[in-house]
Design a protein around this ligand. Structure first.
Ligand SMILES: NC(=O)C1=CN([C@@H]2O[C@H](COP(=O)(O)OP(=O)(O)OC[C@H]3O[C@@H](n4cnc5c(N)ncnc54)[C@H](O)[C@@H]3O)[C@@H](O)[C@H]2O)C=CC1
Ligand SMILES: O=C([O-])CC(=O)C(=O)O
Length: 310
């Protein structure tokens, strides 16, 4: 199975690294626009093959998309990340043009690929990719909810003082500082509702910390995060390539689901070899429905800015 990752920067290279050492794909091609950068990242990761023990074949190219031909999955991480104090939405001006041209290039050589969109503002970039390529909706998947959910579980585990892998939880809605919806009502500690252990004030703090999880890391690091983002993309790619049919919140085209039309937003999806195989309809309560509608309004306003590129 072959994966192309466009953008060999922090997130793209971390994703390639995780895919390799976990043996998720047999071949990974990194593409970047910066001369020699993807080649260098691929060589550096390949030199781990005998110490972390993997057989994945990695290569890099500066913009030669013929090397990506026949990819099963293409991950788009190309574009700029935010700096402290910025929102993801402020990246649209530069990233929209990059994502659109990259999507065209990859499809020329891999017409059957499933595309995973990572570049921010991710929900809008996913919508752009879908509209610009005309691909069926099962083949364009925005990655955000997997990451936001892993952060949610991290903050829950800290509040509970229990291992993160014993915590279940999900974040839906937009992948933005104010648009994410951590579903605290449905989160559990090994199947027991977390409200059995945490007060409403503690749960509210977990939700608030989750929503600004990316901004907090950007403030600490000076650029946005990459370890958890790269690993989250690899987790999603694994479910596609190995047909695991995991339920993962992803940004996908909604056509009436969750009361929304013509918008890509985070909802729980079954992810398998066909990409998005099913959107799972979770019964939200009235407060959650209102948050989802508000989140959709913000994402829709952002999508309106795509008029110049679409
Ligand atoms: N959806 C999500 O959950 C997350 C999204 N992101 C987003 O992912 C994107 C990448 O973030 P980082 O890897 O940290 O940035 P980075 O700056 O480390 O890497 C981006 C790479 O894209 C390359 N690039 C730019 N234009 C290109 C083009 N036309 N073709 C090929 N390569 C091109 C750059 O040369 C650079 O190496 C950002 O937009 C960031 O906001 C980051 C983390 C999580
Ligand atoms: O915060 C950012 O800009 C990058 C991102 O999407 C995340 O880490 O969640």
């Amino acid at each position: 199975m072959k994966v192309t990752i466009v953008g060999a920067g922090n997130v793209g290279a971390t994703c390639a690294d995780v895919i390799s050492y976990r043996g998720i794909a047999s071949e990974v091609v990194l593409v970047d626009i910066k001369e020699g950068f993807a080649e260098g990242k691929a060589m550096d990761i390949m030199q781990c093959a005998t110490t972390t023990v993997f057989n994945t074949q990695l290569s890099g190219t500066t913009g030669d998309y013929s090397k990506t031909a026949g990819s099963d999955v293409v991950v788009i991480t190309s574009g700029i990340p935010r700096k402290p104090g910025m929102t993801r939405e402020e990246l649209i001006g530069i990233n929209a043009g990059i994502v659109k041209s990259v999507a065209d290039n990859v499809l020329t050589h891999s017409p059957n690929a499933i595309i995973v969109v990572v570049s921010n503002p991710m929900d809008t970039m996913t919508y752009l990719t879908l509209k610009a390529t005309g691909l069926p909706k099962n083949r364009v998947i925005g990655m955000g909810g997997a990451l936001d959910s892993s952060r949610f579980k991290y903050f829950l585990s800290k509040a509970l003082d229990k291992p993160a892998n014993d915590v279940q939880g999900m974040v839906i809605g937009g992948h933005g500082d104010t648009t994410m919806i951590p579903l605290t009502r449905l989160a559990s500690y090994n199947g027991v509702p977390v409200s059995n252990f945490l007060s409403q004030a503690e749960l509210d703090k977990v939700a608030a910390d989750t929503m600004v999880g990316g901004a907090t890391l950007t403030g600490l690091l000076g650029t946005s995060a990459w370890y958890a983002p790269g690993a989250s993309v690899a987790y999603l790619v694994d479910s596609i390539l190995n047909d695991q049919k995991r339920m993962i919140p992803c940004s996908v085209l909604l056509e009436g689901e969750y009361g929304q039309e013509d918008i890509c937003m985070g909802v729980p999806c079954i992810i398998g070899k066909n990409g998005v195989e099913k959107i799972v309809d979770v019964q939200l309560n009235d407060a959650e429905k209102a948050l989802f509608a508000k989140s959709a309004e913000a994402v829709r306003n952002m999508n309106a800015d795509l008029k110049s590129v679409l």
